[in-house]
Design a protein around this ligand. Structure first.
Ligand SMILES: [Zn+2]
Length: 465
């Protein structure tokens, strides 16, 4: 130490230096028993033990930050802020303070409790989804337990691989092994926890962690239904997620729509559907299968001077056509192109069937119109499920229509929102409140001031709240 100071040409001030080792008392003040030594924010006592106080403080700090973030940012930014601003706090401490699996687990649970309290995540909804990537219909929240495992594994690997070249690394490793610290036994622990055989590295660990989330989902009767799409190779998961990856909706709204997709709305013994009184009531049934419920109008009208756009109008033809009322018909006179867009909202098991039907339904009409107006024709189906799922063909259809990702994510959001409104409205009429405090007063006021100068929205809200 003295040599080091000599080499760099600095002098040491004994009064301002502290040590917890008697042998150094010549050059630094020896600490009292009650005094602590703070090194890079970690308080160590006289015996170089990290005080339990530090762990408690980290825990509190993280929760405080999460609480502060849960206020007003949109869904995606809320989660990003929690990851970057609150959870990154742990990066430095993992491995340096004696925190165990149970400690990380407690912080992890407490974070979720805050999200539930703030209604960013609803308790009956799928917890594992919180920790899956947004492009896999998750919400992208960093999983603190998984994160601690990854950092500890990396720390162990660094020490282990460096023990022959660095005396310091081998000394730290030896101490950790003697103390049987969680980092020293991390490899065998992870092998056991995720049933990993053979070599273990960060990539293997990451995919094992993700697999364990999917495995949990698979074991739950209702939450599993959304993720059945993983088995359908015709479904495009990434293109089914733009409302999560590119949307701009509040964290609470996002939580509610995930809750809808997770289908766990009516508890364990839901009884029969009150409309048809034939099938058990379920989110799937109410959203798409019950024919006694009123359909939801998802379409919207657009107009332009150079182009003729007709929405849901009967087309006059010389021969009698059964299919002559397309959802959207665009006659571009300049480009001499007629586009028929057929919109469909369906359920997961009908998705590809409906998309095919929509594509073929107006074949005859398109041919006839093409020859009458002497122009090209094309038919584009725009089909998604009530929970926003699309096929692998959807991408090219959306491109043909010219929809940006932003617009697509908006369409998905509207479909989900309308579905949720129709289901919750139906149940409100029955006097059963399925979404506790569906719209709080403060939020209602905020929305009124934001988007409804004409009072149209407030009428709509009265029916659902
Ligand atoms: Zn029914």
């Amino acid at each position: 130490m003295d040599k080091f100071f000599q080499v760099i040409g600095l002098e040491r001030n004994r009064a301002k230096s502290a040590t917890n080792s008697e042998s150094c008392s010549q050059s630094a003040v020896l600490l009292n028993v009650s005094e602590g030594y703070k090194y890079l924010g970690i308080t160590e006592n006289r015996n170089s033990e990290v005080s339990k106080e530090t762990c408690k403080r980290i825990h509190e700090q993280i929760l405080m930050r999460v609480e502060r973030i849960c206020n007003g940012l949109n869904g995606k930014n809320t989660i990003n802020a929690i990851n970057e601003y609150a959870l990154s706090l742990i990066n430095y401490y993992i491995g340096a303070v004696p925190m165990e699996h149970a400690d990380y687990m407690r912080i992890y649970d407490d974070i979720r409790k805050i999200l539930i309290k703030q209604k960013i995540h609803l308790q009956p909804a799928n917890t594992e989804r919180l920790y899956l990537p947004r492009k896999e219909l998750g919400r992208g929240l960093c999983n603190l337990v998984h994160k601690s495992e990854k950092i500890e594994l990396q720390l162990y690997k660094t020490l282990f691989n460096g023990q022959n070249t660095s005396l310091r690394r081998s000394a730290i490793l030896k101490t950790m092994q003697e103390e049987n610290s969680s980092t020293a036994i991390i490899e065998s622990y992870l092998r056991y926890r995720y049933s990993i055989e053979g070599e273990i590295d960060i990539n293997i660990l990451e995919s094992a962690q993700k697999a364990s989330l999917y495995n949990e989902i698979h074991n739950k009767t209702l939450h599993e239904k959304l993720y059945r799409l993983k088995k359908n190779e015709l479904v495009d998961i990434e293109k089914s997620s733009p409302w999560l990856t590119n949307g701009n909706i509040s964290a609470k709204e996002e939580g509610r729509l995930c809750y809808l997709q997770d289908r766990n709305m009516f508890g364990g013994a839901p009884g029969l559907c009150q409309h048809c009184k034939e099938r058990p009531k379920s989110v799937d049934h109410l959203a798409s299968q019950c024919n006694r419920m009123l359909g939801i109008d998802y379409t919207q009208v657009n107009a332009n001077s150079d182009v003729e756009i007709r929405v849901d109008t009967t087309v006059a033809t010389s021969t009698k056509q059964s299919a002559n009322r397309p959802d959207i018909l665009i006659y571009d006179k300049k480009r001499r192109l007629i586009t028929i867009i057929e919109v469909g909202i369906t359920s997961q098991d009908q998705l590809t069937i409906v998309e095919n039907e929509k594509k073929r339904k107006y074949d005859v009409l398109a041919n006839e119109m093409g020859s009458v107006h002497k122009c090209k024709t094309r038919i584009i189906p725009y089909v998604l499920t009530w929970d926003g799922i699309v096929t692998v063909f959807h991408k090219s259809y959306a491109k043909e229509i010219g929809l940006t990702t932003k617009i697509q994510s908006y369409i998905q959001f509207i479909v989900l929102k309308k579905t949720l409104e129709s289901i919750s409205y139906e149940y409100r009429r029955e006097g059963v409140e399925i979404i506790p405090r569906w719209r709080e007063k403060s939020e209602l006021d905020r929305m009124k001031s934001l988007e409804a100068p004409d009072g149209e929205l407030s009428v709509k809200q009265e029916t659902i709240s």
